[in-house]
Design a protein around this ligand. Structure first.
Ligand SMILES: [Zn+2]
Length: 463
């Protein structure tokens, strides 16, 4: 068997790994690379030939850094089956549609500039048509249901506990009469994350490809998050301010809504108006409602009592632009949950522009903020920021709750790797900034794993 790490090797985004075994080529994930514009564009537009020529694609989950380049793969000629859990397939539908829209808008914007400078026009990375094409290739499967993506290879999705539908991909590969279990963690979640189930153990894995996003860090206990959220809402509402929460449309938005519903039901926060202001977040929440088979026991118990976990009084899901604009004219405390999660695009920019300069308000950061993003600058407490072509003084309070991370921290990741048991002989550490991946590899070596590698992109490994 041969492994080639085509993306998310010594970096976080662009997840893409190739497994060659038994004469078949299986691609694991096909994510968008996110970073500086020119480099991202070059990487995303020039997919490796071996990826396009793969026989099939298996997707770990719907986050765009894992699935966002599937339409490019289709555009480049890939026509194999795309295996994913049912919820991942449904989430990909809304996320890839949204992504195509962004790609088309980006190209339009660039072409306006190019025309002025006499430069030739650029094509969007992909279009809605490519998205519809690739969606026809999807095959939805349940967790724990073995299937044969290629002769001599049995695949099974385990719950990764990261976002709705997220999976670790287990491959039992039989070559020359011997079967090897190769597992790809996808993104590994934290135990006790609200709504979804905990990550399943990786029993019997011999070769493991593991993520390492937080390979050198520890998070606060998950139970702290609700109390911290209540404190922020109470303090801000107490001084007549608004709480603005940039949140990823899939996962974080629903977790915040769920936590607010519980706090409201327990009388721990006042009944202020609350808005989920992002069409993608509204669509993603609809997909959550369609997939109770992914929920944990607590959330299913709520459903049995006929409580919708994503509704409470004075909560509005906002789709129309006019309704979004109307929020700015509210003169009372409220909570605004909007996207994008790292404050790079979308309606969150308008809410920040309208609320950053008022010291009564709070910007609450609840997710990972990558380098060079506006969200990261807010976390770093810079006094002024530039957005929507204007400069703003940051007078609002900026608070951070990191307990809601969708990724396991260092110790949780070590426990997850160890859940493979004594069969584990080789680990490849991917999906982390280089420093995190190397630090995590250093943590694993003393844990008694014979071989730990932080692979370089494009290098082939025989295992
Ligand atoms: Zn993810």
């Amino acid at each position: 068997m041969r492994l080639t790490f085509l993306g998310a090797a010594r970096t976080v985004t662009g997840s893409m790994h190739l497994v060659e075994a038994n004469g078949a080529r299986l691609l694991l994930d096909c994510g968008l690379y996110q970073g500086r514009r020119a480099e991202a564009s070059a990487r995303n537009r020039n997919l490796p030939r071996e990826a396009v020529q793969a026989d099939c694609l298996l997707l770990s989950h719907a986050h765009i850094d894992h699935s966002g380049n599937v339409p490019s793969l289709y555009r480049a000629g890939f026509r194999g089956p795309i295996y994913a859990t049912h919820a991942t397939r449904d989430l990909c539908r809304v996320m890839l549609d949204d992504s195509a829209h962004i790609q088309e808008q980006d190209a339009q914007f660039l072409n306006k500039k190019n025309r002025r400078q006499g430069l030739p026009p650029v094509e969007p990375l992909y279009t809605a048509e490519d998205v519809h094409g690739c969606l026809r290739q999807f095959v939805g499967l349940g967790y724990g249901t073995p299937f044969q993506p290629a002769p001599g290879i049995t695949a099974t999705f385990l719950d990764a506990g990261h976002i709705l539908g997220s999976a670790a991909i287990v491959l039992d590969i039989t070559e020359g009469g011997r079967t090897t279990r190769l597992t790809f963690t996808g993104d590994a979640g934290r135990p006790n994350t609200p709504i979804i189930r905990d990550p399943e153990p990786l029993c019997g894995t011999e070769v493991l490809i593991t993520e390492s996003t937080y390979g050198d860090r520890l998070h606060s206990p998950i139970g702290d998050a609700e109390a911290a959220l209540a404190e922020v809402v109470n303090t801000t509402a107490g001084r007549g301010g608004k709480v603005v929460i940039p949140a990823f449309s899939v996962g974080r938005t629903q977790e915040i809504v769920y936590a607010l519903a519980r706090l409201r039901a327990a009388g721990k926060i006042p009944a202020v108006r609350t808005f989920v202001d992002s069409p993608l977040s509204c669509n993603a929440t609809e997909v959550f409602r369609m997939h109770p088979e992914c929920f944990d026991e607590e959330t299913n118990a709520l459903l049995e009592e006929q409580d919708d976990p994503f509704e409470f009084s004075r909560l509005s899901y906002v789709r129309r632009v006019e309704d979004s604009k109307a929020i700015n004219f509210l003169r009372e405390p409220c909570i605004i949950i909007s996207a994008s999660g790292m404050c790079e695009t979308g309606r969150i920019l308008h809410h920040l522009a309208n609320n950053l300069e008022d010291p009564r308000n709070t910007v609450l950061i609840v997710g990972f903020q990558a380098q060079h993003t506006l969200g990261r600058r807010l976390v770093e407490k810079v006094p002024r920021v530039r957005l929507l072509h204007q400069e703003f003084a940051v007078r609002a309070e900026v608070r951070v709750i990191n307990a809601l991370s969708a990724h396991a921290d260092r110790d949780e990741l070590v426990a997850h790797v160890r859940s493979a048991g004594p069969s584990l002989r080789q680990v490849f550490v991917v999906h982390g900034e280089e420093r995190q991946s190397l630090a995590f590899a250093d943590t694993l070596l003393p844990a008694g794993i014979p071989s730990v590698t932080v692979p370089f992109p494009g290098v082939q490994h025989e295992v």
